[in-house]
Ligand binder design. Structure first.
Ligand SMILES: Cc1cc2nc3c(=O)[nH]c(=O)nc-3n(C[C@H](O)[C@H](O)[C@H](O)COP(=O)(O)OP(=O)(O)OC[C@H]3O[C@@H](n4cnc5c(N)ncnc54)[C@H](O)[C@@H]3O)c2cc1C
Ligand code: SF4
Length: 517
């Protein structure tokens, strides 16, 4: 790809900044400017990302560079195997400045704090101006979120979401929510009905160009987690749009009703599978929400499905990003429950008799994906009940998912799933025993463990761990309004019963390899 000295503006485009409307490209002059894109070792290995995530980003970057060049834009594209590569974004920016002598650099703010800090430090070493623009692909800027949070004792997602509804006009009737209710979550908690069959999601078979990237990643990142055989991610805006259109037609109508349901061996269920496309910039969040709203207005999808879907995007997605930027870097160090255990090895190998857990690990290995409830109530819940240290469990989530970017992974894992943030993202820990998983999935029927058991050898491990978790963390959690019911049940147990639960839970932790670090 072309690399001419330009003297114009050098515009940095990162691997998750592939949208046509990226702020760094505003005002681009194809006759003088150069776009810099670099596949670098630092970004591919700061955690050992799933092979599918690396292949997805490199394939999408290369496709984007080709599209820019086809539009007459000069691109300096550094491949992962480029002999002269420095291996870092800052290093590549430095090399490009030296080679091209631009008048200035323009870039869009990074998604992750780590890289933003590195590029800010780099800027201090340079004499040319480096302009950093807002990432306008989000509906709520970092400054707007900071303003919204000012003076609030609690950052409650629901209030933020209502403001976002008002601001975007999505599902609004004047200043009121359509249907008179803001949040229809209560209609969206169905467990699996008999003979429930999800629609068959075709996803995206890899193109010739993507297959080439897959082969390179297989060779170069052989020691990373996960398989590439079933790679099926959209790598261009057109592919992403086709996937989303399929979702609108076939899955959105059932999204609300079945969004929390889990079925063994079923990966996509009624979920959209668009998080990677949104994060990379292949889909626009507002357009996606408007398309979903249109389905409701046309009578092609029910309100509980459409409201639930839109809430995930303008509510949760924007909210967790706001929290991340508001609280970092201190946020990452929080450990409110003083969790200090190792992550059991079966999170990587899948070698466990727990049918629900083995199924999620098989999915993430093969597809780099699991849906929200699998992440929250199976792997997240178990890690929290075991007392796995935040760094260990965050590392797992960053590695195994194709959509893992720290701005969205960390608040979800650290906040929602494990309560390590002490209640910033969620008002209570999402702790549950086997009964919840039994209600929401078909896993327990084929599991070697007895989901109703608590203390016997074949008792579902979630159960003793759950009661022990509440017991151990009573000083911190017993006062939470939303945990009054389980704490009341716990208080009815005799001291001997509680002691037996404690012993069973510790034996379970040790048997699983969740020893103190
Ligand atoms: C412990 C844990 C870790 C997570 N880690 C990540 C992560 O690394 N990257 C990531 O993108 N999501 C993460 N999530 C959120 C959520 O699980 C995924 O966004 C979702 O499963 C992506 O699949 P989908 O596109 O099929 O989503 P759908 O269920 O179809 O939802 C549609 C869209 O809504 C957005 N969304 C839904 N829930 C959330 C949420 N809680 N936070 C932010 N956006 C949301 C996503 O952009 C998603 O694409 C995590 C959740 C938990 C509980
Ligand atoms: S019995 Fe327990 S471990 Fe087995 S599938 Fe059910 S919840 Fe999971």
């Amino acid at each position: 790809m072309v690399c001419n000295p330009s003297g114009g503006v050098l515009r940095l485009v990162l691997g998750d900044q592939l949208g046509a409307n990226l702020s760094a490209l505003e005002g681009l002059n194809p006759a003088a400017d150069t776009v810099l894109m670099a596949e670098v070792a630092d970004e591919a290995t700061y955690v050992l990302h799933h092979k599918q995530k690396i292949a997805l980003i490199f394939a999408a970057m290369r496709a984007h560079a080709r599209a820019l060049e086809a539009g007459g834009v000069r691109v300096r594209y550094i491949r992962i195997d480029d002999a002269g590569s420095t291996g870092s974004i800052a290093g590549e920016l430095g090399r490009a400045i030296e080679a091209l002598a631009p008048t200035r650099v323009v870039r869009t703010a990074c998604g992750e704090w780590r890289l933003e800090a590195a590029l800010e430090a780099f800027a201090q070493t340079q004499s040319i101006p480096i302009e950093v623009r807002e990432d306008s692909r989000f509906l709520c800027s970092r400054a707007d979120f900071a303003r919204w949070s000012e003076g609030r004792r609690d950052l409650t997602m629901e209030w933020f979401y209502r403001d976002m509804r008002r601001r975007t006009g999505l599902l609004m009737d004047g200043d009121q929510p359509v249907g008179g209710v803001w949040n229809l979550d209560r209609d969206n908690r169905n467990g699996p009905a008999r003979h429930l069959r999800p629609p068959t999601n075709p996803r995206t078979p890899p193109s010739h160009a993507t297959r080439q990237v897959i082969a390179e990643v297989e060779a170069r990142f052989a020691d990373h987690f996960g398989g590439l055989e079933q790679f099926a991610w959209a790598t261009t805006a057109a592919e992403a749009q086709a996937e989303f259109d399929w979702f609108l037609d076939h899955a959105l109508p059932g999204f609300g009703q079945w969004q929390d349901t889990m079925l063994l061996g079923e990966t996509w269920m009624w979920h959209a599978g668009i998080s990677t496309s949104l994060h990379l910039g292949l889909l626009d969040p507002l357009e996606v929400c408007r398309a979903a709203e249109a389905r409701w207005r046309d009578g092609r999808a029910p309100l509980n499905a459409v409201e639930g879907f839109i809430r995930q995007i303008i509510g949760w997605r924007e909210f967790v990003r706001g929290v991340y930027w508001l609280k970092m870097p201190e946020y990452a160090l929080r450990n409110a429950l003083q969790a200090d255990r190792r992550l059991p090895w079966f999170y990587w190998s899948g070698e466990t008799d727990m049918a629900c857990v083995a199924d999620v690990v098989a999915q993430v290995r093969d597809h780099a994906y699991a849906h929200h409830i699998q992440r929250l109530m199976v792997t997240g819940n178990l890690a929290m009940l075991l007392g796995v240290a935040p760094a260990e469990i965050n590392d797992w989530y960053m590695v195994v998912f194709a959509d893992a970017f720290e701005w969205v992974e960390l608040p979800n894992t650290h906040g929602m799933a494990t309560f390590a943030d002490g209640g910033i993202v969620g008002s209570k820990p999402y702790a549950a025993g086997g009964a919840y998983i039994n209600r929401m999935s078909n896993a327990c029927g084929s599991c070697r463990y007895d989901v109703k058991g608590r203390l016997q050898d074949d008792a579902c491990p979630f159960n003793a761990l759950y009661w022990d978790f509440l017991d151990r963390n009573a000083p911190r959690l017993a006062g939470l309004h939303r945990l009054q019911m389980p704490y009341k049940t716990l208080s009815r147990m005799t001291p001997e019963e509680r002691q037996r639960i404690r012993a069973k839970a510790e034996a379970t932790r040790l048997a699983m390899g969740a020893a103190p670090l």
